[in-house]
Write a protein that binds this ligand. Structure first.
Ligand SMILES: *Cc1c(COP(=O)(O)O)cnc(C)c1O
Length: 211
Protein backbone atom coordinates (compact mmCIF):
# COMPACT_ATOMS: atom_id res chain seq x y z
CA UNK A 1 0.00 0.00 0.00
CA UNK A 2 2.87 2.38 0.75
CA UNK A 3 3.77 2.48 -2.91
CA UNK A 4 0.30 3.91 -3.60
CA UNK A 5 0.55 6.50 -0.88
CA UNK A 6 3.69 7.69 -2.63
CA UNK A 7 1.98 7.72 -6.01
CA UNK A 8 -1.22 9.45 -4.97
CA UNK A 9 -0.02 11.64 -2.09
CA UNK A 10 -1.53 12.15 1.35
CA UNK A 11 -4.44 14.22 0.14
CA UNK A 12 -5.99 11.43 -1.89
CA UNK A 13 -7.74 8.60 -0.10
CA UNK A 14 -7.08 5.05 -1.28
CA UNK A 15 -9.92 2.54 -1.34
CA UNK A 16 -8.52 -0.97 -1.76
CA UNK A 17 -11.03 -2.80 -3.95
CA UNK A 18 -11.15 -6.30 -2.53
CA UNK A 19 -14.08 -7.74 -4.53
CA UNK A 20 -13.67 -11.48 -5.30
CA UNK A 21 -10.57 -11.58 -3.03
CA UNK A 22 -10.51 -13.72 0.11
CA UNK A 23 -10.56 -12.43 3.67
CA UNK A 24 -6.87 -13.34 4.05
CA UNK A 25 -5.93 -10.80 1.39
CA UNK A 26 -7.90 -8.11 3.20
CA UNK A 27 -6.34 -9.04 6.55
CA UNK A 28 -2.88 -8.78 5.09
CA UNK A 29 -3.56 -5.19 4.02
CA UNK A 30 -5.28 -4.58 7.37
CA UNK A 31 -2.19 -5.68 9.23
CA UNK A 32 -0.23 -3.10 7.26
CA UNK A 33 -2.61 -0.49 8.65
CA UNK A 34 -5.05 -0.18 5.77
CA UNK A 35 -8.72 0.26 6.73
CA UNK A 36 -10.75 1.29 3.66
CA UNK A 37 -11.98 -1.48 1.39
CA UNK A 38 -14.37 -1.47 -1.57
CA UNK A 39 -16.80 -4.16 -2.65
CA UNK A 40 -19.35 -4.26 -5.45
CA UNK A 41 -21.62 -7.11 -4.34
CA UNK A 42 -23.80 -6.72 -1.29
CA UNK A 43 -23.78 -10.32 -0.09
CA UNK A 44 -20.00 -10.54 -0.38
CA UNK A 45 -19.55 -7.27 1.50
CA UNK A 46 -21.91 -8.41 4.29
CA UNK A 47 -20.06 -11.73 4.64
CA UNK A 48 -16.71 -9.96 4.84
CA UNK A 49 -18.05 -7.36 7.28
CA UNK A 50 -19.23 -10.14 9.59
CA UNK A 51 -15.96 -12.07 9.43
CA UNK A 52 -13.44 -9.23 9.64
CA UNK A 53 -12.40 -6.58 12.20
CA UNK A 54 -15.10 -4.03 12.93
CA UNK A 55 -12.93 -0.97 12.39
CA UNK A 56 -12.79 -1.64 8.65
CA UNK A 57 -14.55 1.02 6.54
CA UNK A 58 -16.68 -0.67 3.89
CA UNK A 59 -17.24 1.19 0.65
CA UNK A 60 -20.08 0.08 -1.62
CA UNK A 61 -18.70 0.81 -5.08
CA UNK A 62 -21.05 -1.30 -7.20
CA UNK A 63 -24.46 -0.71 -8.69
CA UNK A 64 -26.96 -0.38 -5.85
CA UNK A 65 -30.16 -2.44 -6.07
CA UNK A 66 -33.18 -1.23 -4.10
CA UNK A 67 -33.92 -4.51 -2.38
CA UNK A 68 -30.30 -4.91 -1.16
CA UNK A 69 -29.85 -1.57 0.57
CA UNK A 70 -31.19 -2.86 3.87
CA UNK A 71 -28.35 -5.37 4.17
CA UNK A 72 -25.53 -2.84 4.12
CA UNK A 73 -27.30 0.19 5.63
CA UNK A 74 -26.34 -0.80 9.20
CA UNK A 75 -22.60 -0.56 8.60
CA UNK A 76 -21.61 0.89 5.21
CA UNK A 77 -19.11 3.77 5.37
CA UNK A 78 -19.71 5.35 1.96
CA UNK A 79 -22.00 4.40 -0.93
CA UNK A 80 -20.31 5.44 -4.18
CA UNK A 81 -22.81 4.32 -6.82
CA UNK A 82 -25.95 6.38 -6.23
CA UNK A 83 -27.11 6.47 -9.81
CA UNK A 84 -30.70 7.66 -9.79
CA UNK A 85 -32.98 9.92 -7.74
CA UNK A 86 -35.06 7.16 -6.25
CA UNK A 87 -31.96 5.49 -4.76
CA UNK A 88 -31.51 8.49 -2.48
CA UNK A 89 -35.02 8.16 -1.12
CA UNK A 90 -34.49 4.45 -0.51
CA UNK A 91 -31.11 4.89 1.17
CA UNK A 92 -32.48 7.74 3.30
CA UNK A 93 -35.26 5.48 4.54
CA UNK A 94 -32.88 2.66 5.48
CA UNK A 95 -30.53 5.12 7.18
CA UNK A 96 -33.42 6.35 9.34
CA UNK A 97 -34.36 2.79 10.28
CA UNK A 98 -30.81 2.27 11.49
CA UNK A 99 -30.61 5.63 13.27
CA UNK A 100 -27.71 6.61 11.08
CA UNK A 101 -26.71 9.36 8.74
CA UNK A 102 -25.20 7.61 5.72
CA UNK A 103 -22.57 9.20 3.49
CA UNK A 104 -22.95 8.71 -0.25
CA UNK A 105 -21.75 9.97 -3.61
CA UNK A 106 -23.77 10.81 -6.67
CA UNK A 107 -22.54 8.80 -9.65
CA UNK A 108 -22.09 10.80 -12.83
CA UNK A 109 -21.94 9.10 -16.20
CA UNK A 110 -18.84 10.44 -17.96
CA UNK A 111 -17.73 7.48 -20.10
CA UNK A 112 -18.56 6.88 -23.74
CA UNK A 113 -19.83 3.37 -22.97
CA UNK A 114 -23.60 3.05 -22.82
CA UNK A 115 -23.50 0.39 -20.13
CA UNK A 116 -22.19 2.50 -17.27
CA UNK A 117 -24.67 3.77 -14.72
CA UNK A 118 -25.17 7.29 -13.48
CA UNK A 119 -26.74 10.71 -13.83
CA UNK A 120 -25.77 12.91 -16.73
CA UNK A 121 -24.52 16.31 -15.65
CA UNK A 122 -27.75 18.17 -16.36
CA UNK A 123 -29.73 15.64 -14.30
CA UNK A 124 -27.17 15.77 -11.52
CA UNK A 125 -27.27 19.56 -11.42
CA UNK A 126 -31.07 19.60 -11.30
CA UNK A 127 -31.03 16.98 -8.56
CA UNK A 128 -28.44 18.77 -6.42
CA UNK A 129 -30.22 22.10 -6.85
CA UNK A 130 -33.07 20.83 -4.70
CA UNK A 131 -33.19 21.27 -0.95
CA UNK A 132 -31.24 18.07 -0.37
CA UNK A 133 -30.96 18.43 3.40
CA UNK A 134 -34.74 18.56 3.78
CA UNK A 135 -35.46 15.85 1.23
CA UNK A 136 -32.92 13.40 2.64
CA UNK A 137 -32.32 14.25 6.29
CA UNK A 138 -30.55 10.95 6.93
CA UNK A 139 -28.01 11.26 4.13
CA UNK A 140 -24.94 13.35 3.50
CA UNK A 141 -24.12 13.65 -0.17
CA UNK A 142 -20.36 13.93 0.11
CA UNK A 143 -19.59 14.45 -3.57
CA UNK A 144 -19.39 12.69 -6.91
CA UNK A 145 -18.15 9.42 -8.35
CA UNK A 146 -17.30 8.70 -11.97
CA UNK A 147 -15.69 6.12 -14.20
CA UNK A 148 -13.82 7.05 -17.36
CA UNK A 149 -14.08 5.21 -20.66
CA UNK A 150 -12.08 2.01 -20.71
CA UNK A 151 -9.56 3.00 -23.39
CA UNK A 152 -5.81 3.36 -23.91
CA UNK A 153 -6.40 6.83 -25.29
CA UNK A 154 -5.10 8.93 -22.42
CA UNK A 155 -6.53 12.14 -23.85
CA UNK A 156 -10.06 10.73 -23.69
CA UNK A 157 -9.65 9.61 -20.07
CA UNK A 158 -8.03 12.90 -19.04
CA UNK A 159 -10.77 14.90 -20.73
CA UNK A 160 -13.49 12.96 -18.90
CA UNK A 161 -11.82 13.32 -15.49
CA UNK A 162 -11.12 16.99 -16.14
CA UNK A 163 -14.77 17.54 -17.04
CA UNK A 164 -15.95 15.77 -13.91
CA UNK A 165 -13.63 17.85 -11.73
CA UNK A 166 -14.94 21.08 -13.25
CA UNK A 167 -18.49 19.89 -12.64
CA UNK A 168 -17.59 18.89 -9.07
CA UNK A 169 -16.24 22.39 -8.39
CA UNK A 170 -19.45 23.90 -9.73
CA UNK A 171 -21.67 21.59 -7.64
CA UNK A 172 -19.62 22.39 -4.56
CA UNK A 173 -20.93 25.94 -4.81
CA UNK A 174 -24.55 24.78 -4.49
CA UNK A 175 -23.94 22.14 -1.86
CA UNK A 176 -23.38 21.91 1.83
CA UNK A 177 -19.92 22.20 3.36
CA UNK A 178 -19.44 18.46 3.52
CA UNK A 179 -19.43 18.15 -0.29
CA UNK A 180 -15.74 17.29 -0.39
CA UNK A 181 -15.21 13.97 -2.15
CA UNK A 182 -14.48 13.23 -5.80
CA UNK A 183 -14.14 9.47 -6.28
CA UNK A 184 -12.42 8.84 -9.60
CA UNK A 185 -9.55 6.62 -10.73
CA UNK A 186 -8.98 2.84 -10.80
CA UNK A 187 -5.88 0.67 -11.39
CA UNK A 188 -5.55 1.65 -15.03
CA UNK A 189 -6.16 5.36 -14.76
CA UNK A 190 -5.63 6.56 -11.20
CA UNK A 191 -2.52 8.61 -12.00
CA UNK A 192 -4.45 10.64 -14.54
CA UNK A 193 -7.39 10.94 -12.14
CA UNK A 194 -5.15 12.29 -9.36
CA UNK A 195 -3.54 14.79 -11.74
CA UNK A 196 -7.03 15.95 -12.65
CA UNK A 197 -8.14 16.50 -9.06
CA UNK A 198 -9.46 13.21 -7.67
CA UNK A 199 -9.71 13.03 -3.88
CA UNK A 200 -10.42 9.28 -3.68
CA UNK A 201 -9.20 6.41 -5.86
CA UNK A 202 -10.63 2.89 -6.02
CA UNK A 203 -7.83 0.44 -6.78
CA UNK A 204 -8.26 -3.31 -7.03
CA UNK A 205 -6.11 -5.33 -9.38
CA UNK A 206 -3.00 -3.16 -8.98
CA UNK A 207 -3.05 -4.06 -5.26
CA UNK A 208 -4.48 -7.56 -5.07
CA UNK A 209 -3.59 -8.88 -8.53
CA UNK A 210 -5.83 -9.75 -11.46
CA UNK A 211 -9.32 -11.05 -10.74
C1 LIG B 1 -13.74 -3.21 -9.69
C2 LIG B 1 -13.90 -1.73 -9.55
C3 LIG B 1 -12.79 -0.90 -9.32
C4 LIG B 1 -11.37 -1.39 -9.24
O1 LIG B 1 -10.95 -1.82 -10.51
P1 LIG B 1 -9.41 -2.17 -10.78
O2 LIG B 1 -9.28 -1.96 -12.25
O3 LIG B 1 -9.22 -3.58 -10.36
O4 LIG B 1 -8.59 -1.23 -10.01
C5 LIG B 1 -13.02 0.47 -9.15
N1 LIG B 1 -14.26 0.98 -9.21
C6 LIG B 1 -15.34 0.22 -9.44
C7 LIG B 1 -16.67 0.86 -9.48
C8 LIG B 1 -15.19 -1.15 -9.62
O5 LIG B 1 -16.29 -1.91 -9.86
Amino acid sequence: MDVFTEAIGDEVKLIAVSKTKPNEAILEAYEHGHRAFGENRVQEMVDKYEALPKDIEWHMIGHVQSNKIKYFAPFVHLVHGMDKPKRFKELDKEAAKNNRVIDCLLQVHIAKEESKFGFDMAEAEAFLSQDIQTLFPNLRIRGLMGMATNTDDEAVVRGEFNGLKAFFDKMQQLSATHFDTLSMGMSGDYQIAVEEGSTMVRIGSAIFGAR
